[in-house]
Design a protein around this ligand. Structure first.
Ligand SMILES: Nc1nc2c(ncn2[C@@H]2O[C@H](COP(=O)(O)OP(=O)(O)O)[C@@H](O)[C@H]2O)c(=O)[nH]1
Ligand SMILES: [Mg+2]
Length: 275
């Protein structure tokens, strides 16, 4: 039967019910066909693994470069902390770590938000970070997002130690780079002068410019930890005005994180009791 014939009077004699169920079937078929092409929606974070979501500022060399002091600006850190808070709260995370323009958020192993859907995890986290940073900065900024999966506690500790090591390398390099730039070197000259140079060379360069790298603020070299802290709140029972104590939790920031084995121990504590 061609298109014309379907519009013939004989077809219109069919009962309303038959007609509407025919349309309903077609709509359901279209719906199914279209949804099948939402090809990635069924990908879920592997069960039993610890998800870490890492967001990273998009084009922040330029964005932060035009608005904040070099190489580090505490005002920039405050904005990253706002974004980290939003992620910890909005994703039901356990621990957030920020350095430079990135934030890693550790989720509990049994995390079941969004049915562990990957698309939701990356899109909602990028949205949360972008919105919180933008609100705090008063100007639009965007973050991208990716997921890392830890198959065990030790690997999660290795992950955060890896990011902390990156923070130290990045801080030393950034200090050197901006000393050279402020002395008049161009982007390519400063980059070239530091290419392949080890930590001893970089430390010495800073020292010759009156900077002892080990005396720069800890958050610049070790990054910044954001986590939940439990506390007791005293109040009054409204029924008989007797004193009460309730346990609450709040977000707490550590800008003086330990490093190496002490940091590993700290991370163990953060994950403790959440396996
Ligand atoms: N001015 C300034 N820039 C910062 C600060 N923290 C991070 N950045 C910049 O953020 C950039 C982060 O690197 P990356 O993500 O690779 O660059 P992107 O691809 O341009 O976002 C670096 O270029 C840093 O210089 C800060 O406190 N002040
Ligand atoms: Mg970036």
């Amino acid at each position: 039967m061609n298109q014309r014939e379907t519009k013939s009077p004989s077809v219109s004699l069919r009962s309303d019910k038959t007609l509407s169920s025919g349309r309903g079937n077609r709509a359901a078929e279209t719906d199914k066909r279209m949804r099948e092409l939402e090809y990635f929606s069924s990908i879920r974070l592997l069960p039993g693994t610890w998800p870490v979501i890492r967001v990273d500022g998009r084009g922040f060399t330029r964005y932060a470069g035009e608005r904040f002091a070099h190489p580090f600006d505490i005002n920039f850190l405050h904005l990253m902390e706002e974004a980290a808070r939003a992620l910890l709260d909005g994703l039901q995370g356990i621990y957030a770590y920020t350095m430079s323009d990135e934030i890693s958020v550790l989720l509990p192993r049994e995390w079941d938000l969004f049915d562990r859907r990957l698309e939701k995890a990356v899109s909602v986290s990028a949205g949360l970070a972008s919105a919180a940073f933008t609100m705090a900065a008063g100007e639009p900024a965007h973050f991208d997002s990716r997921v890392w999966l830890g198959t065990g506690e030790l690997l999660v500790i290795d992950y955060f130690s890896w990011r902390q090591g990156e923070a130290a390398r990045n801080a030393l390099h950034s200090w050197c780079y901006w000393i050279l730039r402020k002395e008049g070197a161009s982007v390519s000259e400063a980059t070239q002068m530091l290419r392949g140079k080890g930590t001893a060379f970089q430390n010495e360069l800073l020292f010759q410019h009156g900077i002892n790298f080990n005396e720069t603020p800890l958050w610049q070299r070790r990054g910044d930890g954001i986590f939940w802290e439990e506390y007791e709140k005293e109040g009054l029972d409204p029924r008989d005005f007797s004193p009460t104590v309730t346990r609450r939790r709040r977000i707490c920031i550590n800008r003086e994180l330990p490093m190496k084995d002490e940091y590993r121990h700290f991370l163990q504590g953060v994950m403790g009791g959440r396996q």
